[in-house]
Structure formats: structure tokens, C-alpha cells
Design a protein around this ligand. Structure first.
Ligand code: BDR
Ligand code: CA
Length: 349
């Protein structure tokens, strides 16, 4: 009898425990194909049973929003994950205008060029007709306190969602952001201007609104990205096993490493996803972080402090990553890339 009762309890509890380990996420991205970081971050999320991707939302950043959209559709189609919907988001930052510096330095967020076809041509899968912000707001509001957002591009979509619905910020479970650089901690220089990181610099006004929104934030800034390095040796290790995922890696990364065998890529967005899968991989410190949206020499710079300083009243505390167990992260990353491709809808069964 006790076996029957405990068996019954276990039958009820086990699915609950397993479900509790899964993070339902919205994947908000200025997508680029591998070896680009957003592409590898999406593959990591797709291959991780700890994560259930409810939808991919695109934003202008590394490339135009249209290019981000077509490339994300291509990856989902080539990994057999066409059940995951893709939503077009903002095609320009709120305020920041294209400049000669932006054109010369890095990124194509301002580009009007039609997207170039990915290898082998465009995906047959199409983006949804609903917009990214509508999807983000309705998905979060339908499950208050349950949905995590992983935002690895400029924060335009997220800040627009915050502005659109006053109850939205209080309903997000957690927001994992790749963005910013914190001078208070080691390796805190910018990568776009001397102190500003790319994602925050593209849309500083949106970054400021998002960081001040009160959503619980886990920030993955350049400080932690700079502890990573993706080399040709790591790529070759990943493709030792033949699967649909490693074939996709060969198609997208192979030509790049053939051209530039010595190239070392930082893993920005992959760390944000990896730290959601296994929080013990990263070291964090709680800091107040704010963003300078004044149109001066520090436009788009993030500033972190252990206590509030003049001008930062209204800044919120968040967990800021600054170190990573790199060998263990790469062990996990390679293992996920080599695993058989996850089945469509497997987590909804
Ligand atoms: C961030 O900017 C983009 O180039 C990358 O995809 C990453 O999200 C790094 O500064
Ligand atoms: Ca990105």
C-alpha cells in the first residue's frame, strides 16, 4: 500500500521537479550565423534540455533586423526545429542615428540592404505575422513570473515591451542580458567606444530603461566575455562527431577557420545562455548598474557601483558576471554540440 501511495506521490512529483528545472525562455537576438556568437548561443539553447525556447525575437544589431530574421529561420530549419516561431522586432534603435563612426566601426544595424541568402539559400520557414514586442508582452503576461528572457542584442524590443505594458516588468521571471562593460571590475573596457559595449551603445536609451525597470537581471558584460576564446582547435573538436548540428557548424564555421586559422572569437552570447543552464559556471557580484544615455563622450557606457552615486538614483542592483570556469564551460559546450539533435517539441510532450 505504501509503495502504491509513494509511487503515486512520485508520479506526481517527478514531472513537477523536472518541469521546475526547465527555463521557458524568449530568445531576443541580433542574430548572426556561427561562428557568430548569437548563432552558437541559439544552438546551445536548442541542444539543452534545461531550456525551452518559446520563440525567437529579432532586433537590429550585428546585422539588420531582416538579416537577423532570415538567418535565425535558416538555423531553425537546418536543425529541424521549425516548431519554434520567429518574430520580427525593431529595425532601428529608439534614438541613436547612423553615423560615419557607426558605419566604419562595426555592425550593420542601420542597413537597408536586403538580406544576403544563407548557405544553400533562404529557409522555407517564415517569420510570424505578429511583431516581436506583442509576442514578448503577451507571452510573459500569460505566465506571470514564469518566463525568462535571454536578450543578447540591443535592448530595443525589451525596452519597448516595458514601456508598452506597465505590468510587464513585474511579470518577467528573469532577464539575462549580454551587454555592457563594468570598469569597476577587471577587463571592463568597451569594445565600441573606449568604455561602451556594442549592444548597449547601439541603443543606450533602451538599455537604460531596461536596467532601471526592476526586472531581476543577470548581466553578462564584456568582463566575463573576455575570459573566453573560441579557436580552430575547439571547432575541430566539436566536429569530431558527425550530427546535423556539427554538419551545420562545418558549413558555417569551416570556411571562416579555413580563411583565418589563427582567428580567436570571444564567446559573448554563449556565456549568457550557458550561465542559465548552469549558474555555477560563472562568478557574479551584485552591483548597481546604470547606462549613460547623454549624447556625449560616454554615450552608451554602462557604469557599475557598489552603492548609489550622484546621478544614478533610480539605478537597480543586479548580478554581474565577471569570471567563468572556462574549461568546464567548453566541456559542456562541446558535449552539447556533439549530442544528437534535440527532437522537435520534445519538451512539450
Ligand atoms: C555583443 O555585441 C554583438 O556584436 C555580439 O553578438 C554580442 O551580443 C558583444 O559586444
Ligand atoms: Ca548578440
Amino acid at each position: 500500500m505504501w509503495t502504491r501511495i509513494f509511487g503515486g506521490i512520485a508520479a506526481v512529483l517527478i514531472p513537477t521537479v523536472l518541469a521546475a528545472q526547465t527555463h521557458p525562455i524568449i530568445f531576443d537576438t541580433d542574430f548572426i550565423l556561427p561562428p557568430g556568437d548569437d548563432g552558437l548561443a541559439l544552438l546551445l539553447a536548442l541542444q539543452s534540455p534545461e531550456i525551452e525556447i518559446l520563440g525567437v525575437t529579432t532586433v537590429a544589431g550585428n546585422e539588420s533586423m531582416e538579416r537577423a530574421t532570415t538567418d535565425a529561420l535558416w538555423v531553425l530549419e537546418h536543425t529541424g526545429r521549425t516548431e519554434i516561431p520567429v518574430y520580427r522586432g525593431a529595425d532601428m534603435p529608439w534614438v541613436h542615428e547612423k553615423s560615419e563612426f557607426a558605419e566604419r566601426r562595426y555592425g550593420k544595424w542601420f542597413s537597408n540592404e536586403p538580406p544576403a541568402p544563407p548557405p544553400g539559400g533562404f529557409a522555407e520557414k517564415h517569420a510570424e505575422s505578429e511583431g516581436a514586442v506583442e509576442f514578448i508582452v503577451s507571452t510573459v503576461m500569460a505566465r506571470p513570473g514564469e518566463v525568462t528572457i535571454v536578450a543578447i542584442g540591443p535592448l530595443t524590443n525589451i525596452a519597448t515591451a516595458i514601456r508598452q505594458d506597465a505590468a510587464f516588468a513585474g511579470s518577467v521571471r528573469e532577464l539575462v542580458i549580454m551587454g555592457g562593460a563594468v570598469a569597476l571590475l577587471p577587463d571592463g573596457a568597451g569594445n565600441m567606444t573606449p568604455n561602451a559595449e556594442f549592444n548597449f551603445w547601439v541603443d543606450p536609451e533602451a538599455a537604460r530603461v531596461t536596467l532601471r525597470s526592476g526586472i531581476p537581471i543577470l548581466l553578462s558584460p564584456l568582463n566575463v566575455s573576455r575570459k573566453t576564446s573560441l579557436t580552430k582547435d575547439w571547432y575541430e573538436k566539436m566536429i569530431e562527431v558527425e550530427t546535423p548540428i556539427t554538419k551545420l557548424l562545418e558549413t558555417t564555421m569551416g570556411p571562416r577557420f579555413a580563411r583565418e586559422p589563427e582567428r580567436v572569437f570571444l564567446m559573448y552570447d554563449q556565456v549568457a545562455v550557458g550561465s542559465l543552464i548552469d549558474p555555477t559556471l560563472v562568478t557574479t557580484e551584485e552591483l548597481y548598474v546604470d547606462v549613460d544615455a547623454n549624447h556625449g563622450i560616454s554615450y552608451g557606457t554602462s557604469v557599475g557601483g557598489r552603492e548609489i552615486w550622484p546621478g544614478a538614483e533610480g539605478a537597480k542592483k543586479m548580478r554581474v558576471q565577471h569570471d567563468i570556469d572556462w574549461p568546464r564551460f567548453m566541456e559542456m559546450f562541446v558535449e552539447r554540440m556533439q549530442a544528437p539533435a534535440a527532437a522537435p517539441n520534445s519538451r512539450q510532450d
